[in-house]
Design a protein around this ligand. Structure first.
Ligand code: BGC
Ligand code: CA
Length: 341
């Protein structure tokens, strides 16, 4: 008799441990595709802060850009008894099996930054996505270049009435790389520019690769042939700026030759990008809002972990189709960069 009561008690404790948690013991397990990513470092730090402010605990792990490693990390989190998962997939096309794992363990799963197929989210009632519409940042970048080109006739270096530009793209397969590339081109056309793409390459979100790709373009095309650079993120844009600087271009407005400037735009509004805008080395960027993306993800995880309904009111962000939180991009130039520092 005594023994079976203990067994029942143990079983009850075990049941309480899965499914929903009490507000004070929410534990969130989070995998970041790689820690060594400037923008995701911002999101990660803000998730930590958001967890503190809602009184949840969060454990963040580095998936080191390896999907199999991330899959194992998710298994470990589940075994450990986390109450929710926040996942920044390494490969967004591999997000499905992670939702299956979450579903089997009855755990909420919030994807961030790398958007899974809608079918993955639809397949599990506690699956969500927090991100930003890449189309917006692409459009902002294209518009910034178009405005600059119209205001500075000297930017048409070969005086052919066309804009010769270079596109530096993020990682292949990432929705932000595809959509930003597509929409920046679209925006330049819609602004009435006659555009010619003279170079395009992937630099995987990375500053060093952005630098090296830009250096190659300068070598093969000649610096005078390049009239603008559109990069899918700030790290790659800043890499391109470094390559331009070594040619004596984009050294900044501070007493330097202003005619030696190639307009470069990025996306994210990282701290170094804001500095480069301040110095007149980078034309502009869009704020990819790490604070609100990180906060929204943690708030969804915290509500869902307690078995509470995830409503606009509960999380303080608008939920679309019961699944998505979209954080808007904001245009950043010399006029307003200080607002983001
Ligand atoms: C950011 C990049 C970042 C990538 C990581 C994008 O939204 O703009 O800077 O490297 O996400 O997935
Ligand atoms: Ca031209």
């Amino acid at each position: 008799m005594k023994k079976s009561l203990t067994a029942i008690a143990a079983a009850l404790v075990a049941t309480a441990a899965i499914g929903t948690a009490q507000a004070e013991d929410v534990l969130i397990g989070s995998c970041i595709y790689k820690f060594d990513d400037t923008f995701m470092t911002g999101v990660r730090n803000n998730m930590q802060k958001a967890a503190e402010s809602v009184g949840a605990e969060i454990e963040l792990v580095d998936s080191q850009n390896r999907q199999p490693m991330q899959n194992d990390q998710v298994d470990t989190f589940i075994t450990k008894g986390v109450n929710a998962l926040i996942i920044n997939p390494v490969d967004r096309s591999a997000a499905g099996p992670l939702a299956d794992k979450a579903k089997s363990a009855d755990l909420p799963i919030i994807y961030i930054n790398r958007e899974p197929d809608k079918a993955v989210l639809d397949g599990w009632s506690k699956a969500y996505y927090v991100g930003a519409k890449a189309e917006e940042s692409g459009t902002i970048g294209g518009q910034l270049i178009a405005e600059y080109f119209k205001a500075h006739p000297e930017a048409d270096k070969n005086k052919d009435g066309k804009l010769q530009y270079i596109l530096i793209k993020g990682e292949q397969g990432h929705q932000d790389a595809t959509l930003r590339s597509e929409y920046c081109v679209k925006a330049m056309k819609e602004a009435g520019l006659d555009i010619v793409e003279i170079g395009s390459d992937n630099a995987n979100w990375d500053k060093v690769q952005g630098h090296d790709k830009m250096k190659n373009f300068i070598t093969s095309l000649g610096i005078d042939a390049i009239e603008a650079v559109l990069a899918n993120n700030d790290d790659m844009a800043l890499g391109a700026v470094e390559a331009l600087k070594s040619e004596g271009y984009n050294l900044g407005t501070d007493g330097k030759d202003p005619s030696k400037f190639v307009p470069v735009v990025g996306v994210d509004a990282t701290a170094p990008a804001l500095q480069a805008i301040a110095k007149g080395q980078l034309l502009g960027t869009s704020l990819n809002d790490a604070v609100n993306q990180g906060t929204a993800a943690v708030r969804i995880a915290n509500e869902a972990a307690q078995g509470k309904p995830v409503t606009d009111e509960a999380i303080g962000y608008k939920i679309t189709d019961g699944k998505y939180v979209w954080i808007p991009y904001v245009r950043v130039t010399q006029e307003n960069y200080k607002d983001f520092m």
